[in-house]
Design a protein around this ligand. Sequence first.
Ligand SMILES: [Fe+2]
Ligand SMILES: [Fe+2]
Length: 172
Amino acid sequence: MKTYICQICGDAYLGEDRPSECPFCGAQSHFIKGGAEARPIVNDKIELSEISQKNLEETLYLEMKANAIYLCMAGKADNYERKAMYKRLAKVELEHANVVCKLMGISLPPADTELCSDDDIENFQKTIELEEHATNLYAQFAKDATEQNIKIFFTALTRVEGDHTKLIKNYL
Ligand SMILES: [Fe+2]
Ligand SMILES: [Fe+2]
């Protein structure tokens, strides 16, 4: 068994092989480094530009909201697989919120509650809407960023939220 470290969230994955995605933040395998060579971007303490500050604040709001909505959807899901999937999505979005807070040097805000439908199909459609919005927004935020670590963070997140859209489309 080895220790792998995610360059985005900084969490350690313990296993034989590098996972295809970070199990915590969903970053792709090329962001996951073997042990000592890892330099997670979340540990870079840098002065943020005004635009990155604003973009990270909006990201924090969206990620906290997604976390709360997915927990609602997990509670309404028709079967255990869907429930477990939404619980995992909620955790991944909370991990994104955690990384944002570390980059901004603030503590995680208290969790909100959000409403959702009783119907899985409606919840899948709402999920796709949220994830597509996040994907487009984060692609723009990656372009806006002048700081290397913020650019890398939003580039990784663009892909993660895009992967979430693909995941949900498989249910429709
Ligand atoms: Fe990660
Ligand atoms: Fe996210």
